[in-house]
Write a protein that binds this ligand. Sequence first.
Ligand code: ZN
Length: 279
Amino acid sequence: MLWSQTIACQSRVRTFLDRLASYPPSSLLLEGGTIEERRNLSLFWAARLHCQQEHAPCGQCRLCVQIIEDTYRDLIFLDGALGTISIETIRDIRTVLSDPPVGHGYRVMVVAEAQALTPAAANALLKSLEEPRPGNIFVLLAPTREILLPTLVSRSFVLTLSWPRIEESDPQLQDWMHKLGEFIQTGRGNLLDCTSKKGAVDTDLAGRILREVQRSLVQAGYGVPVSNLAQILSRRLDVVSMRQTCVIIENALESLRLGAQPAVTLEWVAMRTWGLMHK
Ligand SMILES: [Zn+2]
């Protein structure tokens, strides 16, 4: 089943969703976790609201399969990971939202990586949240609520997924985090010497480094900078730059998934972040 592993790792959130299902909030915000976990949980939630089987969602009935395959008529899945979400897109969807759902249940609109909404699009979406039509349920996904329009957050029921395990015990990762921290502060250090060594960083390691940066951004965003990098970020980045860095990291992770060179991806992140710190 698409979401089984996510559900196993995020059992606390699953319990909440089960409780919410009998009276679902009109807008749910899922933050934290990984991009895949947020997606899987949003589909789990949509299926939880539609599946008629005894242990819903079963993941196998016609409705569940259609939801997983994104072919279900009352599911709108907007994917911010694919690029900016414009006001035109939201306006078109608002026309659909003004009609009742096609089926008997809810219409679920998922905005994945909602930080990709332009400010105008976010405000247009806010209107839908403020004047909910019966039958429409919204799900916003984001790495952290800090990078969303605050009014969108305040209109939503927020569930925080647990973060991937902190890998403090991994000396190789810590070494890379140190080099990255040094580079984004000074533009120097031996980060680029290391990334230019053939085979020094593979996709898996690059992904772990980027997720560590993500975790540090969240710590910085919440005002509890624990890691060394989080302390650097919270000292040097304002809210807007922090949001831009989140988008940079999400884009980098997506590039890695699509097969981009890990060393080049890390260099790109380091330089863009350095640029934001020294603009
Ligand atoms: Zn089902």
